[in-house]
Ligand binder design. Structure first.
Ligand SMILES: C[S@@+](CC[C@H](N)C(=O)[O-])C[C@H]1O[C@@H](n2cnc3c(N)ncnc32)[C@H](O)[C@@H]1O
Length: 338
């Protein structure tokens, strides 16, 4: 077997398929539009991003001057699916190293006309890392220390590690994840204490996936160019950059009605089926769908905990049972204004 094939197989074996979801330019552009002024004079780190293929890198290169960035750093993980560019094939065909793109000045406006790859090569700002580009490695943490804001879509399996690392170094961030992460014991208290919150896009998101992804019966398609795609119904942006959405009050129109708003069998809280049914005049604890986290204003509500199995963590207060029937997990809130 040739070395390069061996190397490719090694890459394939090592990476976790569910971690290879590549973000579209539109998803990034749409979200970033809400935070433009917060990027002025800032150093941005994209630490799960091959600058030759990632739309995060592309977005920040295209908008470097519009945003007024100070510096852009993108580090790439050696085991990511996309082929390393020929530049690096020539350098070292069996390299297990990641690389870094680090730039503080883009004088020539990158307008998408020149290919991204030509731009990167001519910028002389890409170099090999010492290690594989793992965002937890010492050299990548050094870049983390130098940045102001981390913006990326990390592997979902390492999401909580990414958040805890960012929090450890007290950095700002705007990252994509799966809504399930909101109830992880490492993430939930950050949401509850208003240290982090969700961004604007919450729910449907589509992603390019690698060429060797297995076909699926739902949420999977191949476009006319042969590119494979998957969509998620429960994706989200998580951030600690302020945004307008989190200061907007949820408009409540329903009066408390004990027939509609029934008490759980095993806890003194009412069950609220939909966010639109939250009563405006109830001061006790309410079990509401998890999507409340994307509609929540901390001036209006406080988050008390979650009701899932009653045992997942200290924040998981009880298992919701209504008229003898188990209910899907809820977030427990209280209206502070009643
Ligand atoms: C969900 S994909 C997203 C890629 C890119 N950020 C984007 O949005 O298109 C996550 C990427 O992180 C890479 N990765 C996996 N483990 C990593 C690690 N420990 N450190 C850095 N990157 C990693 C994967 O190979 C993959 O390319």
């Amino acid at each position: 077997m040739e070395m390069s094939n061996k190397n490719t197989n090694l890459h394939r074996a090592k990476r976790s398929k569910d971690d290879e979801f590549y973000t579209t330019y539109e998803t990034i552009e749409k979200e970033l539009a809400h935070y433009v002024e917060q990027f002025k004079n800032k150093t941005v780190l994209c630490n799960c991003d091959n600058p030759f293929t990632s739309n995060f890198s592309k977005y920040f290169i295209c908008n470097f001057n519009v945003l007024g960035l100070k510096r852009l750093i993108c580090t790439s993980f050696s085991q990511s699916d996309y082929e390393q560019p020929s530049l690096f094939d020539n350098l070292n065909p069996i390299s297990q190293k990641g690389f870094v793109f680090d730039i503080s000045n883009i004088s020539e406006f990158y307008d998408g006309q020149k290919t991204l790859s030509d731009f990167l090569v001519s910028s002389n700002s890409v170099k090999e890392l010492k290690g594989n580009g793992d965002f937890r490695s010492e050299e990548c943490i050094n870049y983390l220390k130098q940045c102001d804001i981390v913006v990326t879509n990390p592997p979902f399996s390492l999401f909580k590690e990414m958040v805890s690392e960012i929090m450890k170094y007290d950095k700002k961030f705007l990252i994509i994840g799966n809504q399930n992460a909101l109830t992880y014991k490492e993430i939930f208290p950050l949401v509850q204490n208003n240290i982090v919150w969700t961004g604007y896009q919450f729910g449907e998101m589509k992603f390019r996936v690698p060429a060797d992804s297995e076909p699926r019966s739902t949420r999977y398609w191949v476009d006319e160019t042969g590119q494979k795609w998957r969509s998620l119904g429960n994706a989200m942006w998580l951030t600690n950059l302020d945004n307008k959405r989190r200061h907007e009050n949820l408009k409540l129109t329903q009066r408390f009605n004990p027939v509609i708003h029934q008490k759980y069998d095993n806890f003194n809280a009412i069950h609220v089926r939909n966010i639109t049914e939250i009563p405006f005049d109830y001061s006790g604890i309410m079990g509401v769908p998890i999507t409340i986290i994307n509609r929540y204003n901390s001036e209006q509500f406080e988050i008390i905990g979650e009701a899932n199995h009653g045992s997942d963590s200290k924040y998981d207060i009880f298992k919701p049972i209504l008229n003898g029937r188990e209910i899907f997990k809820r977030i427990l809130i209280r209206n502070k204004t009643v």
